[in-house]
Design a protein around this ligand. Structure first.
Ligand SMILES: Cc1cc2nc3c(=O)[nH]c(=O)nc-3n(C[C@H](O)[C@H](O)[C@H](O)COP(=O)(O)O)c2cc1C
Length: 339
């Protein structure tokens, strides 16, 4: 599929994951086959306020802009904005495209501006943002229209099936977003009320795909190559977006690519899994410094160790690691241990 100037041969997307899909996570996902990544969600309003703030730009004060920074090596990567006010979302998008935003540590503009219309968190929907926009399709469309007018980058949207079981309206919303200028729509087949369980309804992805002519990316419950094939077959979607299935398992993208190509897939060995996990932690520390980096690495390391024989006590040890050397020691004894 095509997005902006980019062609994705397998249509493999790494999903936006607040608190997870930072640069290190995106990097390791891309290494193993993710063709397109999305930033963690970024507040449009915070980005705009930081821009007009009179306070000096320092790492500690500017907290939003680094989340939206895109390096050359990361293309194609979208930046995802959340917000409920068309002017703020449009202005934040303009700042990102022009590279004007304060504290910018990126090298290139994003491949696209993605707008979050799926986040279920109370503090987000309480402001009318994220999935709350599904309750107001006219406003959702206005946000896309204003943003598409403000930038020449593609404007894409990530939606859910609807707000709750009584108001499943992804098809209506998707049509209005397409009319307003959305260049691609990603559908997570759950309502806001369902949060992340039970299983996603792929029927709604199919219904959206049949209703619009822009590319539709399916999302929800892809945890293997077989899942991805089934989603593509059952929904006709143009691409597959993976979130939780990539946590501690960036190889899922190689697995899906192999399934699409009809090639056999060889999962990583225990040694490779451990080596990639540790390299991931080292990369987080390089990006964020040791104190924050080790703290943020813990959950990733626990995901990598999940299901690995003999790793239960190492998972506990990871949770109390304070330095990179602590992590190295844990991984080194795992590597020497008999599986
Ligand atoms: C920890 C976490 C953070 C998330 N953050 C975002 C986000 O910032 N923006 C967004 O659109 N969706 C976010 N999502 C939703 C995922 O992108 C995805 O739609 C959802 O997890 C379903 O896909 P999956 O079954 O592949 O996990 C988040 C999900 C999780 C679990």
């Amino acid at each position: 599929m095509q997005i902006g100037g980019y062609t994705l041969s397998h249509g493999l997307f790494l999903a936006p994951l607040a608190g997870v899909s930072d640069r290190s996570f995106r990097r390791v996902a891309r290494r193993f086959g993710a063709e397109y990544t999305v930033s963690e969600m970024v507040s449009a309003k915070a980005l705009c306020y930081e821009q007009i703030s009179k306070r000096p730009v320092t790492e500690t004060r500017v907290r939003t802009a680094p989340l939206a920074a895109v390096l050359r090596e990361e293309a194609p990567m979208a930046v995802q904005l959340f917000g409920a006010e068309p002017d703020f979302v449009a202005e934040a998008a303009r700042l990102l495209e022009s590279g004007e935003y304060r504290g910018a540590c990126g090298e290139i503009p994003p491949a696209a501006i993605d707008i979050n219309m799926g986040c279920p968190m109370a503090k987000i929907v309480g402001n009318g943002e994220g999935s709350a926009l599904l309750k107001n399709p006219a406003l959702a469309a206005e946000i896309v229209r204003a943003t598409a007018r403000a930038v020449s980058l593609p404007v894409t949207v990530k939606i859910r099936a609807g707000w709750d079981a009584e108001s499943i309206n992804a098809v209506e919303v998707a049509k209005r977003l397409e009319d307003a200028g959305a260049a691609m729509i990603c559908v997570h087949g759950r309502t806001r009320a369902q949060m992340y369980a039970p299983s996603a309804d792929w029927g709604i992805i199919r219904a959206v795909k049949e209703a619009v002519s822009v590319p539709v990316v399916g999302n929800g419950d892809v945890f293997s190559g077989e899942d991805a094939l089934r989603m593509l077959r059952e929904t006709g979607c143009d691409g597959v977006m993976i979130a939780r299935g990539a946590q501690g398992n960036p190889w899922i993208f190689s697995e899906v690519a192999a399934a699409l190509d009809g090639r056999p897939y060889t999962p990583p060995t225990r040694e490779e899994r451990l080596a990639v996990a540790l390299a991931h932690a080292e990369d987080i520390v390089r990006e964020k410094g040791e104190r924050i980096g080790v703290a943020e690495s813990r959950k990733h390391m626990a995901w990598y160790l999940h299901g690995l024989r003999g790793a239960a006590s190492a998972r506990n040890a990871v949770m109390t690691a304070n330095t990179l050397d602590d992590l190295r020691a844990i991984f080194s004894s795992l590597m020497q241990a008999e599986p």
